[in-house]
Write a protein that binds this ligand. Structure first.
Ligand SMILES: Nc1ncnc2c1ncn2[C@@H]1O[C@H](COP(=O)(O)OP(=O)(O)OP(=O)(O)O)[C@@H](O)[C@H]1O
Length: 275
């Protein structure tokens, strides 16, 4: 069995009076592709943000997060030296987080900033070799020909592929993708998931991807971790997500009409709830 690359123990998080995560724990091994599922508000984004230190756990709880064998946070305190480790995690957002007025190529090069000497990063000076690497990353996501185009001229699906190229440029060992397909049409969603799967299989990079659509989780991820009201509800083979389990996971979850893809389509179909 490969080594544990993400280890989460006893993670609890409260915002004000709202308990968002409660005693969550799991291990993910190097090279896995894991879906993080659960109803809206179940704590998926909050969990992902803890893994890169964007959020810290409750101080009182005895929580512990390790990434690639190094401590990231313990009892709600970021640990010294954890920055380098956090740089090994690439983060993909639902809304892409590109700089619209910059070229596609420059947006990809931004992935390298964290590992460059500070003066070069401040000046935004990239070497020819780095530019060549950025072009390679763009080729891998099928966008080589758009390198010089401004990012804000791209479609949503293309923007997300640029965001993946940026993570490749970062040379992240672990890819954390927070609802990367939630705002995409089905075809673009499939393209993005295909690319994530390829990166996982060909490079052996670990992928943890939060998804609202259970059918995508089933199709692309051998394992699923499900949160319900901030608690670990399921952790196992995706095929073990039976109709009864999905029904219990999503019941009382509500349906927010304003959010595209907020409905776990497969769950609703499986439950006979879809029209
Ligand atoms: N910084 C914050 N301050 C206060 N409450 C927060 C904060 N971040 C998240 N929350 C709350 O934590 C809960 C879980 O939010 P989170 O975004 O982690 O859920 P989610 O499962 O990712 O939801 P969705 O699928 O809708 O994105 C929500 O009730 C949210 O309002």
């Amino acid at each position: 069995m490969s080594s544990v690359t993400i280890a989460v123990q006893r993670l609890s998080k409260t915002f004000g009076q709202t308990r968002v995560l409660e005693n969550v724990g799991f291990d993910i091994h190097a090279g896995e592709m894991v879906a993080l599922i659960g109803p809206s508000g179940s704590g998926k984004s909050t969990l992902l943000r803890h893994l890169v230190g964007l959020t810290t756990a409750n101080r009182k709880a005895d929580s512990h997060i390790r990434v690639m064998g190094r401590d990231i946070q313990r009892s709600g305190r970021l640990l010294r030296g954890s920055r380098t480790q956090r740089c090994r995690c690439g983060y993909i957002f639902q809304q892409f987080n590109l700089v619209g007025r910059l070229s596609v190529l420059t947006n990809v090069l931004v992935g390298r900033l964290g590992s460059m000497p500070r003066w070069r990063a401040l000046l935004g000076r990239f070497s020819d070799e780095e530019r060549a690497q950025a072009r390679q990353a763009l080729a891998r996501v099928g966008l080589a020909e758009l390198a010089e185009q401004r990012a804000n001229t791209l479609s949503g699906g293309q923007m997300q592929r640029v965001a993946i190229a940026r993570v490749l440029m970062q040379d992240a060992d672990i890819i954390l993708a927070d609802e990367p397909i939630a705002s995409l049409d089905p075809r673009s969603a499939r393209e993005v998931m295909d690319i994530l799967q390829r990166i996982n299989r060909e490079d052996g990079r670990t992928v943890l991807v939060s998804l609202h659509q259970v059918d995508y989780a089933r199709r692309y991820c051998p394992r699923a971790i499900a949160l319900k009201q901030g608690r670990l509800y399921y952790d196992g083979r995706t095929e073990g997500l039976t109709e009864a389990r999905l029904q219990a996971l999503y019941e009382n979850a509500g349906f927010d009409e304003s959010r595209q893809s907020a409905v776990p389509v497969t769950a609703r179909v499986a439950l006979g709830a879809a029209s």
